[in-house]
Design a protein around this ligand. Structure first.
Ligand code: ADE
Ligand code: ZN
Length: 335
């Protein structure tokens, strides 16, 4: 059991979230409320029935339900309400800064316009006391041509997002499939990230780094299968945005006791803790920290390191980053 002091520290320490899919923050209650508001028919009869379907065997079994849940989002206010609800939970967990993924193709393919998506999410970010920026993710199960069309549609709103990412079904859709669109995003000065090494092999982490030239790896937990890659990630201080509860729910590890986040830290990798899709995986940021610290021999020094890593790996101006790091150190000096 976690001692009370450590639990309080995990809850109260300032932290950044760097891996959250905003569509994955849609709670079943909000899905049903939006379905009713928009006259969308769902395949599930009640909140309980929907929640009961959240028994995943792998990434794809989750994605099928996640895309169905997102079908209730039609109007700008829907995107606003979803994002505002997430930011309120983040604030309660003492998240000071968050970099939010959104999947425009999930919506544009249903006829929702890009401005509706981006303006709704962005406006909620502006109205929150939590510092929040946006990262547009391309769906890797779709073609690179579709990603290019999506990028072009988003460029009129270039000032409203800071980077691009790559998500959805990993195995069979390697990073190099998106070499051209990422090269274009790089020219545009966008930050670059990609999911790699969640279910996919270490080879995908290599191509995310060398072909896409990403600045962070989302998940990346399979890097430990390759000692040379592990050593490289540590040497380059390439951050991994690890999502412990997600990894358990999607059966990347059988049990939290088997999660490798402590091994990553011991290998000197800049690992961070994140929620991924909190409405689907049983918890927001502090739930992730608590579940991880309950299962593994992690203590105060690890908590401080993880809080520092979250800001060190954030896409923030140097002065602002330093301010957050000082805030973490001041917090731990009083513990
Ligand atoms: N989209 C939402 N959550 C995801 C995850 N964990 N992996 C890949 N794509 C996702
Ligand atoms: Zn993810």
């Amino acid at each position: 059991m976690l001692n009370e002091q450590l639990r309080r520290v995990l809850q109260q320490m300032p932290k950044a979230e760097l891996h959250i899919h905003i569509e994955g923050s849609l709670e079943p209650e909000l899905i049903f409320a939006l379905a009713e508001r928009n006259g969308v028919k769902l395949a599930y009869g009640s909140v309980e029935e929907l929640r009961a379907a959240y028994a995943f065997t792998d990434l794809q079994s989750f994605l099928d339900i996640y895309y169905a849940g997102a079908s209730v989002l039609l109007k700008e206010q829907d995107f606003y309400d979803m994002t505002a609800a997430y930011l309120k939970r983040a604030e309660e967990d003492n998240v000071r800064h968050t970099e939010i993924f959104f999947d425009p193709q999930t919506h544009t393919h249903r006829g929702v316009a890009m401005d509706v998506i981006i303006n709704g999410i962005y406006r909620a970010c502006q109205d929150s006391p939590v510092s929040a920026t946006l990262i547009l993710c391309f769906l890797r199960h779709l073609s690179e041509e579709d990603a290019i069309v999506t990028l072009e549609a988003a460029l009129p709103y270039r000032d409203k997002f800071i980077g691009v990412g790559l998500d959805s079904s990993e195995v069979g859709n390697p990073p190099e499939k998106f070499a051209r669109v990422f090269a274009r995003c790089r020219e545009l000065g966008l930050h670059l990230v990609a999911h790699a090494g969640e279910e996919g092999p270490p080879a995908y982490i290599y191509t995310a780094l060398d072909t896409l030239k990403v600045e962070r790896i989302d998940h990346g937990v399979r890097c430990l299968e390759d000692p040379a890659l592990t050593e490289r990630l540590a040497r380059e201080q390439m951050a991994l945005t690890v999502c412990p509860l997600s990894n358990i729910k999607l059966c990347v590890f059988d049990k939290m006791e088997q999660h490798n986040i402590l091994d990553l830290l011991n290998a000197n990798i800049v690992a961070t803790v994140n929620s991924d899709d909190p409405a689907y995986f049983g918890g927001y940021m502090n739930d992730n920290f608590i579940a991880t610290f309950e299962a593994l021999p992690l203590g105060l020094s690890h908590a401080q390191r993880l809080a520092r890593n979250s800001f060190a790996a954030a896409f923030l101006p140097a002065a602002q980053k330093q301010q957050y790091l000082d805030e973490v150190d001041a917090f731990f000096a009083k513990v």
